[in-house]
Write a protein that binds this ligand. Structure first.
Ligand code: SF4
Ligand code: FES
Length: 370
């Protein structure tokens, strides 16, 4: 059998070879890091996902080897496949950065800035995007959308005001459970996720909609307001589950299991299990098994060190070698001075809380004169 011909594609000046049919987004992910555009609606485990949010826009500066003309508009990288010789700009394009900032502004038009009380804070893709591209204020002057509250059952909390209509949860319900239980009602700025008759979504696998939701629109009622995710410690664990693969991540504090989720990869998508299947987990594992004794703990999960969740958890990090002791032939360094003794600025007698307004150099110059 002849070897499959690969396409050469250059993204942000890095050239790789990928199989025909690969999307620009997937090609960029194979390079990794910042070269991969953000994706709020595409989910590689869900058929038909992508093309809704426009956060993954990129500039195609050369269409292909055969037709090198640039594409006239920015394109959604999750829905555009690579061509041989294509050249793409993501973080190296000013146009893309400006457009992405505009997309974030649009996504935040109706989204409340309630990160301080939202359970998704710390692992919310929109929060990250807002931080990277968002503006300090909004230009929107109209009333934000409000919604009639829907109770979608005992396990899942729906906050429609936070939904960005990415359709991931709809595809999950459609493709993972054996009967579709919710969908998007209405069109345009009237669209909303709802169960048709407010019935409980009691399917065995419906809890996975929480994991795929990129924002805090669908959260776990059993974890709601119990803890901030960066105060918990994620560990990998498994159990012999008759319904799913039973390979999960426990979010613990001390010996208490606060939350159970599926394991996620570096793109925030549910990881595949060893046999190549997506590691969706069942409601029983997710919502009902909150005792350590229910699980076999495998060890601390590896968390991206840039994530706020990694703060305070130094997993898998190697302690750097202590060079001062080495160059001093095994002697510990001694401190020869105390900064308070030698610095004018750090004079102990200055009580900053008694100074009106922020301290400036004048504050210290005034004190120096005394
Ligand atoms: S509820 Fe979440 S997953 Fe569902 S469409 Fe809204 S943002 Fe997407
Ligand atoms: S991830 Fe491509 S349009 Fe949303």
């Amino acid at each position: 059998m002849s070897e499959q011909q690969l396409f050469k594609v250059t993204i942000d000046n890095i050239t790789i070879n990928v199989a025909p049919g690969t999307s620009i987004l997937q090609a960029a992910r194979s390079i990794g890091g910042d070269v991969a555009p953000p994706a709020m609606c595409f989910y590689s485990k869900l058929q038909g996902s992508g093309g809704k949010c426009r956060t993954c826009l990129v500039e195609v500066s050369k269409g292909s080897e055969k037709d090198p003309r640039p594409m006239p508009k920015l394109v959604a990288s999750c829905r555009t496949t690579v061509m041989d010789g294509m050249e793409v700009k993501n973080i190296t394009s000013n146009k893309v950065n400006e457009a992405r900032a505009g997309v974030v502004e649009f996504l935040l038009i109706n989204h409340p800035l309630d990160c301080p009380i939202c359970d998704q804070a710390g692992e919310c893709h929109l929060q990250d995007l807002g931080y990277e591209h968002g503006k300090a204020g909004t230009r929107y002057e109209f009333q934000r959308r409000t919604f009639q509250k829907h109770d979608i059952g005992p396990y899942i909390q729906l906050h429609m005001t936070r939904c960005i209509l990415c359709y991931r949860c709809v595809y999950t319900a459609d493709q993972l459970t054996n009967k579709r239980e919710h969908g998007v009602l209405s069109r345009g700025d009237h669209s909303e996720i709802a169960t048709y008759i407010e019935k409980a979504m009691d399917n065995d696998f419906i809890g996975n909609v929480i994991d795929v939701c990129p924002v805090g629109a669908l959260t776990d009622k059993t974890f709601r307001f119990k803890n901030r995710v960066w105060f918990t410690k994620p560990v990998d664990a498994h159990r012999d589950c008759p319904i799913c693969a039973g390979k999960v991540q426990l979010w613990m504090r001390g010996d208490e299991v606060f939350r159970v989720t599926a394991r996620k990869d570096e793109w925030g998508e549910i990881k595949d299990t060893a046999d190549g299947k997506t590691g969706w987990i069942c409601n029983d594992c997710r919502f009902e098994k909150k005792n350590v004794s229910d699980w076999v703990i495998e060890g601390p999960s590896v968390i991206n060190r840039h994530s706020v969740i990694a703060q305070g958890h130094y997993l898998g990090l190697k302690q750097p070698e202590e060079t001062i002791v080495k160059v001093m032939h095994g002697q510990n360094p001694r401190f020869f001075m105390d900064i308070h003794d030698v610095s004018e600025v750090n004079r102990l007698g200055i009580d900053l809380s008694l100074i009106e307004g922020p301290a400036t150099s004048d504050t210290f110059n005034e004190l120096k004169k005394d």
